[in-house]
Ligand binder design. Structure first.
Ligand code: SF4
Length: 398
């Protein structure tokens, strides 16, 4: 029997609204917002970025997960993995009895028609979707509309014979899912580039060719099966993981445009190159807001709150670290004391088991302190509120 797929919720929004508010709302955050995004308490002043925390896609995914639990109280309900990259939210869902197929002891091979599986906000690959539908289970698809928009463009590239150049992280679920969309058509191809350095290697090959074997070795695992740089870089279309650093994605797009213009001339550009900006508006707004905060406020330090495997949170931390001492913390417990904070250094790649360090003397021992605060798109307000509360305790404000 084919899987039943829910894509627009389960008509239980009102029924779960109270539970969601109880789990993720914060009165402190509401108060800081209504006080102009600043709060002074004793010698501490907290400046909150004007856009932070849960984005529309995450809000919807978490809402659908709670609706799913309510709709199917007697069924086994699974997530394919983390619904979003936030440990607190995933634990809250586990507490609701929603199981993660990636947790130890879980086995996707046991799924059957009586089970319900929730797909995460960043989507799943075509292969994974096929495996799930073959079990006949009920699916609740929370894939964000902004991710679907990227897929639509990548599919169009494939349809028109363009290779998708995806600026993203190859291990990130969203990038893997996006890459799989490029293979919907028989001649579909993709190449994933992580950063400026990898883009420069590809651009150099476009301009003047090079060592084919070295190229393939460098991009093994990040390109489509049978990728041939001499054939597959002739017509390219740029896309990106929705949560990358906007400035870097735009710069990489321009690098490819310049390389293709040099290779095929201005007249040939439109038949060899396509691009569209696929950074989602929520990511862009959070990055813009933190840039504005850093420009407007003299700060002693910046706290960035969110999962260590959250791409958009890691990028917020990178932006901040260029301007001010920055600590990326996963949860309020990372604020150990007024003397110690546990954090992910921005130089450590974004990943679930990210290396953490402990900084000593992170808060000035005396005098006024100005702390900037933001949170990634998968961080709920109750976590931000708890961080504010702890900071105030450390600084003697409450
Ligand atoms: S970060 Fe953007 S693409 Fe990802 S879930 Fe949020 S709104 Fe959607």
């Amino acid at each position: 029997m084919p899987s039943l797929i829910f894509r627009k919720g389960l008509d239980l929004k009102d029924a779960v609204a109270g539970e969601l508010a109880a789990a993720y709302h914060s009165h402190i955050v509401d108060a800081v917002r209504s006080d102009g995004y600043a709060r002074t308490s004793g010698r501490l002043t907290i400046h909150l970025a004007k856009e932070f925390g849960f984005c529309y896609g995450v809000d919807r995914a978490v809402d659908y997960a709670y609706q799913t639990r309510k709709k199917f109280p007697d069924k086994r309900v699974f997530l394919t993995g983390e619904i979003i990259h936030n440990p607190h939210v995933n634990d809250q869902l586990r507490a609701q009895g929603i199981r993660l197929l990636t947790d130890p002891g879980e086995d996707a091979g046991t799924l059957g028609a009586d089970d319900v599986v929730i797909l995460p906000a960043f989507g799943v690959s075509i292969g994974e979707l096929e495996r799930l539908t073959s079990t006949g289970c009920t699916l609740v698809d929370t894939t964000c509309g902004s991710v679907l928009n990227v897929w639509k463009n990548v599919v169009r590239y494939a349809q028109d014979g363009f290779t998708s150049i995806i600026h993203g992280k190859v291990k990130h679920e969203e990038t893997r899912a996006t890459a799989s969309q490029a293979l919907k058509y028989p001649n579909g191809r993709y190449l994933i580039v992580l950063d400026h350095e990898e883009a420069a290697i590809v651009c150099s090959y476009i301009r003047s060719g090079g060592d084919r074997d070295a190229f393939l070795a460098r991009f093994a695992g990040t390109s489509s099966p049978g990728f041939d740089p001499d054939r597959d870089l002739e017509r390219i279309g740029c896309a990106n993981q929705t949560t990358m650093l906007m400035t870097e994605s735009l710069a990489i797009g321009e690098m490819f445009r310049d390389a293709m213009r040099e290779r095929y001339g201005e007249a040939g550009l439109s038949t060899h190159f396509r691009a569209f900006d696929t950074i989602c508006s929520a990511t862009q707004e959070r990055q813009d807001a933190v840039i504005a905060l850093l420009a407007e406020q003299p700060l002693d330090l910046m706290l960035v709150v969110g999962g260590y495997n959250s791409s958009n949170t890691c990028n917020l931390a990178c932006i901040c670290a260029e301007k001010v001492r920055t600590y990326h913390i996963a949860q309020p417990e990372c604020l150990i004391s007024a003397e110690q904070v546990r954090y992910r250094p921005v130089s450590v790649p974004c990943s679930a088991g990210g290396i953490q360090e402990i900084a000593q003397g992170w808060l000035p021992a005396s005098g006024p302190i100005a702390v900037g605060l933001t949170a990634g798109a998968s961080t709920p307000n109750n976590i931000v509120g708890e961080v504010i509360r702890k900071l105030e305790t450390f600084c003697g404000g409450v």
